[in-house]
Design a protein. Structure first.
Length: 258
């Protein structure tokens, strides 16, 4: 039977289908409407890709902030546990994970089986999250997916004075009006977010090796900034955005065997 994982976050929904330890299909969609609609949309897309139907799924585990509102799951698990499982499956030597999500930032330490040893998260302020990047991208009128390439063109080191989203947005608009180059501003933004994430991670101790999970890890500028802030060479996961859904599918497979 097929094991499935569905991760509904604040910005995207992800689904993974597995059979005998292999990924059959993985999908990511932009969150739309409520968690119920986003979950159905991404699961339907994954099933269509694999040529399967819901009746083929033996067990489905839900995760993410919307996990309790996914109508078709058999069980739910925290995204912290799922990211641990998913990261170790992709890179067995990983022991520390940094997940910069849409609405929070998490730092997780795991053992060699992917079980969580320590963790800490911050959901009180948007300044260290993907939402912060999205807000500033909108203010700069650039695409969120273009920020990594824009960062690569930075020529001058710039430091933002404010961490608060509201004040940072005002500061950035002022910098634009002063003629400061957009790449320099974007690079400064990445360093600011990375600094918050690194501070959170250091609070539980950085144990080698370190991976970045979540959709923000696909942003090369953010990836480089976090590596520099932590002072490590980050492990590249094969598909960091599906890590939570992958971990949920692995847990589903374990429970079916059990």
């Amino acid at each position: 039977m097929i094991a499935a994982g569905c991760d509904v976050g604040s910005l995207t929904a992800k689904a993974v289908l597995m059979n005998n330890g292999d990924i059959l299909a993985a999908e990511v969609v932009r969150a739309k409407g409520g968690p119920e609609e986003s979950a159905r949309m991404v699961m339907d897309a994954a099933l269509a890709k694999a040529g399967l139907s819901m009746e083929d799924i033996g067990l489905c585990v839900g995760t993410g902030y919307g996990r309790k509102r996914i109508p078709f799951v058999d069980a739910v698990e925290s995204e912290i546990v799922c990211h641990g499982k998913g990261a170790v499956w992709q890179a067995p030597d990983v022991r520390t994970i940094v997940d910069i999500g849409g609405q929070d930032c998490k730092a997780i330490r795991i053992d060699d089986t992917g079980n969580v040893a320590r963790y800490v998260y911050n959901d009180r302020c948007a300044s260290g999250t993907g939402r912060f990047l999205e807000i500033i991208a909108e203010a700069l009128e650039i695409g969120l997916n273009d920020m990594g390439d824009i960062d690569a063109r930075a020529a001058n080191h710039l430091t933002l004075s404010h961490q608060c989203v509201v004040f940072a947005e005002t500061e950035i608009i002022s910098l634009v009006n002063q003629g400061v180059a957009i790449p320099d501003i974007v690079a400064a933004l990445h360093r600011a977010v990375a600094g918050r994430a690194a501070s959170l991670t250091h609070s539980i101790g950085v144990e080698q090796r370190v991976a970045m999970s979540g959709g923000v890890a696909k942003n090369e500028g953010m990836f480089r900034a976090l590596a520099a802030a932590l002072g490590v060479e980050l492990v590249r996961l094969n598909n960091p955005q599906i890590t939570g859904a992958l971990g949920a599918a692995l847990i589903a497979a374990e429970r079916m065997k059990g």
